[in-house]
Design a protein around this ligand. Structure first.
Ligand code: GRF
Length: 188
């Protein structure tokens, strides 16, 4: 059995989508959800799905010992960031080399880096008059949005599209591809 930990700070729609995708899989399981935000929507989703979820403070994420303990408790093989707003600290990176992945809602290296999260990304895409946007699934390293790319998918951006419309197209790509990419990584 391969165990996934999902780290999420917000609504958690990707976390739920991934958990549902693997619900009947005998070899891959979403075992635990960790967040830095006790009010994040992802906790309610975890509760409905019957997946344990825990909140850790920013300091605990930086220091990492309590996180590493929790990840060991659930025998975690892969850490999946799905809308996680905290930086991943050195001890976590060292403990899970090549085993932490993130999804970014644009085509990196464009529209990534510090401050580029949530609607800011889609606003930047529209402001730059991009003809396409999409998703980038990538490994995490010590810099924001700079780890090696694993997978990208694109969607068209029309000149009349609002940031919300771009966000909807990008979310559709996330739901379609993120679980499949995770499955592939865990069955290599
Ligand atoms: C997603 O768009 C993801 O790409 C980004 O944060 C968003 C999280 O949305 N990193 P949700 O919490 O999964 O609904």
């Amino acid at each position: 059995m391969k165990n996934i930990a999902i780290l999420a700070s917000g609504s958690g729609s990707n976390a739920e989508n991934i958990a549902r995708y693997f619900a009947d899989n005998k070899n891959i399981n979403v075992s635990v959800i960790l967040s830095n935000n006790p009010r994040a929507g992802v906790h309610a989703r975890a509760n409905t799905l019957g997946i344990p979820s825990f909140t850790f403070t920013r300091e605990e994420f930086v220091e990492a010992t309590p996180i590493l303990k929790k990840l060991a408790e659930y025998h975690i093989d892969l850490i999946v960031l799905a809308g996680f707003m905290n930086k991943i600290s050195e001890p976590l990176l060292k403990a899970f080399p090549g085993k932490i992945i993130n999804i970014h809602p644009a085509l990196l290296p464009k529209h990534g880096g510090k401050g580029m999260y949530g609607m800011h990304v889609h606003e930047a895409v529209v402001a730059a008059k991009e003809k396409e946007s999409g998703i980038t699934i990538h490994y995490i390293n010590e810099n924001y949005d700079e780890g090696a790319t694993i997978f990208q998918a694109t969607c068209p951006v029309e000149p009349t599209d609002t940031p919300e419309e771009v966000a909807n197209k990008v979310h559709a790509l996330e739901y379609l591809h993120f679980p499949k990419v995770i499955e592939k990584l865990l069955t290599l």
